[in-house]
Ligand binder design. Structure first.
Ligand code: G1P
Length: 286
């Protein structure tokens, strides 16, 4: 059965971007002229995902507004002859079906994903973390879906990181089946560099067995006192049902200010309408 649903945990407070996130959801901060979240939604849609389940919180209404159609705005743009803009506004509103569920307590990523359970209906589903923007020829999630189609089970995106950074990520251990594809035997959330079983870290793309929701209902609090998604997936890894893929593509950590700016420069340089001015502006920096 093809994977058509994705859970997007977008309830975070965005404290690293205060004060702007006092009034604007972190996911709506722009990369070039589009909100971060649009890049994620576009990746999902390109890979055939039709149902986008936003796990959200108070004060995040702008995201819903953005991904729903605004007929009044479209009609206004058409009336004043701004037809291209009307088309663009409509395109964004038609990207996918957005369902919103609330995470009323910030109990961790595992808890956030569990909030999506009523909307995933027991099916296998994808998870996208908003801080990881990946530019790839084949969408990163499609690369994971291909492994899922081949091997079954659950698949996580992997990246080899410097050892001193293992305490920022979920880390996987296992056997390499072929270059870039790991059969995961164990996972640990944010280990100290000295204790990390490898340097293969999870980045924010997952294809998960529907069974993970059941596991999450009994996953105890882990690292930082939070219900960790990594701990729930580790239960499946223990049974040999998890694979890790070193995806191909450029990944930007947009969870920090410089990472967001780098993503903005990268995507602006890929836009024919903006690249020349961007290049000229960059040449002025020392
Ligand atoms: C989360 C996950 C972690 C993963 C990371 C990827 O951590 O808990 O396992 O490696 O995302 O970005 P967070 O960055 O939310 O602290």
């Amino acid at each position: 059965m093809p994977v058509t649903k994705a859970v997007l945990p977008v309830a975070g407070l965005g404290t690293r971007f205060l004060p702007v996130t006092k009034a604007i959801p972190k996911e709506m901060l722009p990369i070039a002229d589009r909100p971060c979240l649009e890049y994620i939604v576009a990746e999902a849609v390109e890979a055939g995902i039709t149902d986008l389940i936003f796990v959200t919180a108070a004060g995040k209404g702008a995201m819903e507004d953005y991904f729903h159609r605004s007929i009044a705005l479209e009609e206004h743009l058409e009336r004043v002859g701004k037809l291209d803009m009307a088309k663009e506004v409509r395109r964004v509103g038609e990207l996918g079906t957005v369902v919103t569920v609330r995470q009323e307590q910030a109990l961790g990523l595992g808890h956030a994903v569990l909030m999506g359970a009523p909307a995933t209906g027991g099916e296998d589903f994808a998870v996208f973390l908003g801080d990881d923007i990946i530019d790839a020829k084949v969408p990163a999630i499609q690369q994971l879906l291909d492994v899922h189609a081949e091997k079954g089970g659950s698949v996580v995106a992997l990246m080899d990181v410097p050892r001193e950074e293992t305490n920022r990520y979920g880390i996987c251990a296992g056997e390499m089946l072929r270059p870039g594809l790991m059969h995961v035997s164990g996972m640990v959330e944010k280990p100290d560099p000295a204790d990390a079983p490898s340097t293969y870290s999870i980045v924010g793309r997952y294809v998960l067995s529907g069974e993970i929701m059941q596991i999450l209902t009994t996953t105890p609090r882990g690292k930082g006192g939070e219900i960790q998604l990594t701990d729930a997936i580790a239960v499946l890894a223990d049974r040999g049902e998890v694979f890790g893929l070193e995806f191909e593509g450029d990944r930007f950590d947009t969870g920090n200010v410089v990472g967001l700016l780098c993503a903005s420069i990268h995507f602006t340089l890929k836009r024919p309408d903006l690249a020349p001015a961007m290049r000229a502006a960059l040449a002025e920096f020392r």
